[in-house]
Design a protein. Structure first.
Length: 95
């Protein structure tokens, strides 16, 4: 169920880049239902980055890495967010 929900959210983002607010709501709902679903935290972090909500993006991606420390996409995304937020040195720790 959650995998299909995640795919639907991903489809929304790819079809219309302006749907970030809707995707954010769906990721938040997914996390509320299944707090340990790592990919939802990663997705929410990526959406927050696109909305330039960098502190929230960092928080989401750090939570994903707490749940699954070897999650490559979460680590790379965290590096990207840190870089976008002007935290270059911190960014390189995640690449």
């Amino acid at each position: 169920m959650f995998e299909q929900t995640f795919k639907n959210i991903d489809d929304i983002l790819h079809k219309d880049a302006g749907q970030y607010a809707r995707a954010m709501q769906l990721f938040e709902r997914t996390i509320a239902l299944k707090p340990d679903y790592v990919d939802a935290h990663v997705g929410l972090g990526q959406v927050c980055k696109e909305l330039t909500l960098y502190p929230r993006a960092i928080q989401c991606l750090q939570q994903a890495l707490r749940l699954q420390p070897d999650h490559a996409e979460a680590s790379m995304s965290l590096g990207n967010v840190c870089y976008a937020a002007g935290q270059s040195e911190r960014a390189f720790e995640h690449y």
